[in-house]
Ligand binder design. Structure first.
Ligand code: LMR
Length: 397
C-alpha cells in the first residue's frame, strides 16, 4: 500500500542532530543546528523566563483554547518589538499580527495566504538560504527561485547582481529576506544597501517577506529591525515572520509571530480574518504556555530590561567566540585570512569548508557542521574552541 511513497533522506539540519545524539564519542561538538549554548555548553533558561514561569506556576489555572490568532498581549508584544513604539502603522491599526508556532509556523501561514491570494506569484529566496524557506514555500504550492546573495570568492554580498535581479522581477513576486543575522552565511546588508533594496521593491511593486529569527544577536534589538521599520516608514506592504526561539531560549515552546503591514485598516481586517482561517485549517490555535511567558517578559518593564541584558550577553559571548576562533586559526595558518569569522554576524558563520571537509570533521573529530559549511558559533566555548580550531586547521591544510 505504501510502496510508492518517496524515501525521505532527512532534514539537513534536524537530521544532523539525530546523528550527533547517537554519536558515542565524548569529545563531540555540535556546531550544526542554530541553538544558543552557554559557556558550559548547556541550553540556558533565561532568568527573565524563569521569573515569568515562577509567577505563572504559582497559581493553577484552567487551560482554555487560545483564540485562533493567539493571545492579544502576545500579539501586542510582537508588534512593539518588531515595529517600535512610535510606529504610525500600528496607531493606524494597519498591522495584522497573529501568534504562530515559531518562525516556521509564521512562514507556513504566510506562504499559504500568499499562494491563495496571489495565485500566479513566484517566491524567491537568497542563494543560499535556510533550507526550510524553500521547503515551506514549495509546500504551500509556490515555485521557488533564488536571488543572488553570497559571493563565496569575496565573502561579501553580490549586491549589484541582487539589485539587478530584483529589477527584473514581475509585480507581486515574493522576496524572502533576512533583516539581520543571515542564515546560513552571517553576511548582512548595511542600512544603505537596505535602503536601495527597499527602493527597488517599492518601484517594482514586489512583496517583501522578512524572516527575523535572531533579533538582538546582530547589533541590538532596534538596529536589527532596521529593514522592517524602514519598509514600514516607506509605506510598503510587508510580511514579517518572527521567532522567540533563540532570543528567549524557548525553542520547544514554538513561540513566533506573523505580521502583515497593510495599506489601510480595512485591508488589515481582511488579512487578519484570512490568517485566522489559515490557522484554523492547519492547527486551530497556538499553544498557550510559551505565549503567556513571552508576553509577560515582553510587556513587564523590569522583566524586559532583564531580558535585554540577557540577549546582549548571548550576543557578546558569540562575538567573543568568533574572535577567539579567528585568533587561534590565524596563528595556526597565518597565510590564510580568517577575518570573516569576525565580520559575519549572528549565530552563524559560513566557514568556507566544503562538504568533504565537513564530513572529515564529523568522521575524524566528531565536530558537526551543516554540509554547506555553516557553523553555529554559539556551540563554541572555552572548553572546545582549541579542539575545534585544531580540527579545522587539519582539514583545511
Ligand atoms: C537552524 O537554522 O539551525 C535553526 O533555525 C533551527 C532549524 O529549525 O533549522
Amino acid at each position: 500500500m505504501f510502496k510508492h511513497i518517496d524515501f525521505y533522506p532527512g532534514d539537513p539540519i534536524l537530521g544532523l542532530v539525530e546523528t550527533y545524539n547517537q554519536d558515542p564519542r565524548a569529545e563531540k561538538v555540535n556546531l550544526g543546528i542554530g541553538i544558543y549554548f552557554d559557556k558550559n555548553g548547556n541550553l540556558p533558561v533565561l532568568d527573565s523566563v524563569r521569573h515569568a514561569e515562577e509567577e505563572r506556576a504559582a497559581t493553577a489555572r484552567p487551560r482554555p483554547y487560545l483564540p485562533m490568532e493567539g493571545l492579544a498581549e502576545y500579539r501586542l508584544a510582537v508588534q512593539k518589538l518588531l515595529f517600535g513604539n512610535n510606529c504610525s502603522a500600528l496607531s493606524e491599526n494597519r498591522i495584522a499580527t497573529i501568534q504562530t508556532l515559531g518562525g516556521s509556523g509564521a512562514l507556513k501561514i504566510g506562504a499559504d495566504f500568499l499562494h491563495r491570494w496571489f495565485t500566479t506569484a513566484r517566491a524567491y529566496v537568497s542563494n543560499p538560504t535556510w533550507d526550510n524557506h524553500k521547503s515551506i514555500f514549495e509546500g504551500a504550492g509556490f515555485e521557488v527561485g533564488t536571488y543572488p546573495y553570497y559571493d563565496p570568492v569575496s565573502g561579501n554580498v553580490l549586491f549589484e547582481e541582487m539589485l539587478a535581479f530584483f529589477e527584473s522581477l514581475p509585480e507581486n513576486s515574493v522576496l524572502i529576506l533576512h533583516p539581520c543575522c543571515h542564515n546560513p552565511t552571517g553576511v548582512d546588508l548595511s542600512s544603505n544597501q537596505w535602503d536601495k533594496v527597499l527602493e527597488v521593491i517599492q518601484n517594482r511593486k514586489l512583496i517583501p517577506f522578512m524572516d527575523i529569527a535572531y533579533q538582538g544577536f546582530g547589533e541590538n534589538l532596534e538596529d536589527d529591525a532596521y529593514a522592517i521599520r524602514k519598509a514600514v516608514v516607506m509605506g510598503l506592504p510587508l510580511f514579517v515572520s518572527n521567532s522567540f526561539s533563540k532570543n528567549l531560549s524557548l525553542y520547544g515552546e514554538r513561540v513566533g509571530g506573523l505580521s502583515v503591514v497593510c495599506p489601510s485598516e480595512e485591508e488589515a481586517k481582511l488579512v487578519f480574518g484570512q490568517l485566522k482561517l489559515g490557522v484554523r485549517r492547519v492547527y486551530s490555535s497556538p499553544p498557550a504556555h510559551g505565549g503567556y511567558i513571552t508576553a509577560r517578559v515582553m510587556n513587564d518593564g523590569e522583566l524586559f530590561s532583564l531580558w535585554e541584558k540577557e540577549v546582549y550577553a548571548m550576543r557578546d559571548r558569540i562575538r567573543l567566540m568568533r574572535r577567539k576562533l579567528y585568533e587561534v586559526l590565524s596563528a595556526k595558518i597565518p597565510e590564510k585570512d580568517f577575518s570573516y569569522f569576525i565580520t559575519q554576524r549572528g549565530m552563524f558563520s559560513y566557514t568556507g569548508l566544503n562538504p568533504a571537509q565537513v564530513q572529515r570533521l564529523q568522521d575524524e573529530f566528531a565536530v558537526y557542521l551543516v554540509a554547506s559549511g555553516r557553523m553555529c558559533v554559539a556551540g563554541l566555548n572555552d572548553n572546545n574552541i582549541d579542539y575545534v580550531a585544531n580540527a579545522f586547521a587539519i582539514v583545511l591544510k
